[in-house]
Structure formats: C-alpha cells, structure tokens
Write a protein that binds this ligand. Sequence first.
Ligand SMILES: [Zn+2]
Length: 216
Amino acid sequence: MSTSRDDYLKTIFELGGADSHVSNKAISENLGISPASVTEMINKMQADDTVEYIPYKGTKLSEEGKLQGAKLVRRHRLWEVFLYDKLDYSWENVHDEAEVLEHNVSDFFIEKLADFLGEPKYCPHGGAIPDEEGHMPSESQKPLTDFSAGDTIRIQRVTDDKEFLMYFDKLGLKIGKKYELKEIESFTNDYVLEKKGNDFAVNLAAAKHIFVDDEN
Ligand SMILES: [Zn+2]
C-alpha cells in the first residue's frame, strides 16, 4: 500500500509540525518509509504549498497544510471515539480501522458523527480533537522521560502504537490518573510510578510513548 499525501499531512501534524519544524528522519521513522521517498514527497508538497522545508531544520506545515492536517486528524480521532465508545473496540485496535474509515466519508458525515458522539474533545489515547475550523488546544504535555524521581505527574496522552498500548494495559496504568515518579532504576532504566502503594515499572522504550502533565 502506498502512503498518500494525506498520511504525510496527518503525520507531520501529529509530530508537532503545525508549530515547529519536524525532521525528515522523524517522518520517515513514523511512517516506516525510506528517507529518500520522504524527501521526494516533501518536495512535491512544497511545490503545492502545503509544507515549507528548510534544509537541516526540517518540514513545517503552511497555513493551508495545517488546516488540511487538522481536518484529517479530526476525522481520524472522531472515528476512533466511535469505535471505542460505541462499538466496544479495545483502544489498540481502533487506529487501523480509523485509518481506513477516515478516507471514505464526506465532511458532512464527519460533522454528523461529531454531533452524534457529543462533540468529544479527546480520542481514546488522549489526543485532542481539532474543531471544525481546524483549531486545536495547545498541548503542554511532555514525555515521561523528561521527568525526575520525586515528580508528580498526570498521564494525559499516549502514542497510538499497538504493541505499546498492549504493554500499557498490561501494566495497569490509566489515562487521566495522577502518579508519583518514585525512582528511575539505574540498572534497568525503568521509570517506577507509584499510586496508593502500588508500583508500576515502565521501561524506557515505553516511557517515551507516555505524555504527562507536571502536577508538582
Ligand atoms: Zn488516537
């Protein structure tokens, strides 16, 4: 399956490309596509003014690209809410299905869907849903790896990676809940979170997928 311009727009948006430059390496890793193909597509997108590319700095969305990216993210996340809330999908399975559904309906349908779902603000993974005009609340969360022992954090968002989500569930952590970062194990690099006397050892790879607010 080839990766479309829409996938690029959405990925750049999700990597923060609405506000700052995203490296082509990050885009290539996220989409699982060779750096050469990414460069080729970015050149095309620059030609149609959806992105601006600066050598050694990376790619940022233009105003038009931002708007298109936000609309795609809105479609994707609304479908995720529908699958999760109404069809009882587990949260690691909504992404792939939403990926297919988002391309196949009209804007009119998407607004009907938003209305039916009660205008949700977040997807099941804690990602904010842009409004109809493409506005999105700015997100202040940082990855768990930016914090130190003794900090109090609240888990706000996790990345939409299937293997990771299954691991997160197995650990028993919950989105929206507050934890204390008890210690960072020097040998295993585990981030040990604590809540009411229970410890949750999160390995380093997973800690990079967990975005939290500072509750200190
Ligand atoms: Zn999501």
